[in-house]
Design a protein. Structure first.
Length: 277
């Protein structure tokens, strides 16, 4: 049975981050459990000397940065320092708490267009306070599945027997899809999983609704396939997974299960337990 749409809306531009950032989750749709946050940034031009995102803490989640174009420097309080390139996955398991910075002191010599997404996935309750970690997965290590004339890059999870090397404590999947114009495909999914579809470019038809760029669409858990047809070359992301069905309490860049935990990680940050860069 094909998945049915429950809600779809356009992602608004960020009032705090500027017009180059769209706030997708939870602004356009609510959580796609276990996903609790999604920002779409760019395309934007970074010139030599451009400021990045300064050091800030996270706890209770995994943060994922994925670039369609350009590069980005990741630094964190564990001592990791990596340049993330187009198509790579930067996966930071914040756990009990970590401080990181993005795009700081990159020593660029030429202007570069940067375009991508940042996701937050809630960690399971029993692993909210796990030790922090960071992994950088090069694009060449991520499998690609072909369905009809569409290509689907498996950023996380499994599709048609191909498993991403990305290790996620939360039962999640992430597929980047490119569908040529005037094509129709059916994507196999798991009954009972959540599903969200974010449009980057193009136009597609799903469940009788036309989806346009920067739209975010949520689907019912029932159904084990998604039927998609395109009227032009289209680029979109499919995300979701087995729902955690746990309380979500967010404050700033922390996502925990209750206010007591929020207070604990705030105290840990202010006392220096999360480290510095």
């Amino acid at each position: 049975m094909h998945k049915k749409i429950t809600h779809s809306s356009m992602a608004p531009k960020s009032a705090s981050m500027g017009p180059h950032v769209r706030q997708v989750i939870p602004s356009a749709v609510e959580h796609i459990d276990p996903f609790v946050f999604l920002d779409h940034f760019g395309p934007m031009l970074r010139i030599p000397g451009s400021p990045g995102v300064p050091p800030h803490p996270h706890a209770g989640i995994s943060t994922i940065t994925y670039l369609f174009e350009g590069s980005n420097r990741h630094q964190d309080s564990l001592g990791n320092d990596a340049i993330v390139h187009t198509g790579d996955v930067a996966w930071m398991q914040a756990g009990r708490g970590i401080v990181h910075a993005e795009g700081m002191n990159e020593n660029r010599t030429e202007p570069e267009t940067v375009h991508g997404l940042q996701f937050w996935i809630s960690l399971p309750a029993k692993q909210k306070f796990i030790e922090p970690d960071f992994s950088h997965y090069p694009s060449t290590n991520l499998p690609v599945v072909t369905i009809g004339k569409a290509t689907l890059k498996v950023l996380c999870g499994e599709l048609n027997g191909k498993q991403s090397p990305v290790q996620s404590l939360s039962p999640a999947f992430m597929y980047e899809c490119h569908l040529p114009a005037n094509e129709e495909i059916t994507i196999p999914l798991i009954e009972g999983n959540t599903l969200g579809l974010y449009m980057v470019n193009g136009t597609i038809l799903v469940d009788g609704k036309t989806l346009l760029p920067t739209s975010m669409t949520a689907f019912e858990k029932d159904g084990d396939t998604l039927k998609i047809s395109s009227s032009e070359d289209s680029h979109f992301l499919l995300i979701g997974g087995k729902p955690l069905n746990e309380p979500i309490v967010g404050y700033a860049s922390f996502v925990m299960n209750n206010m007591e935990q929020i207070q604990q990680v705030m105290d840990d940050y202010h006392s220096g337990k999360m480290g510095t860069i």
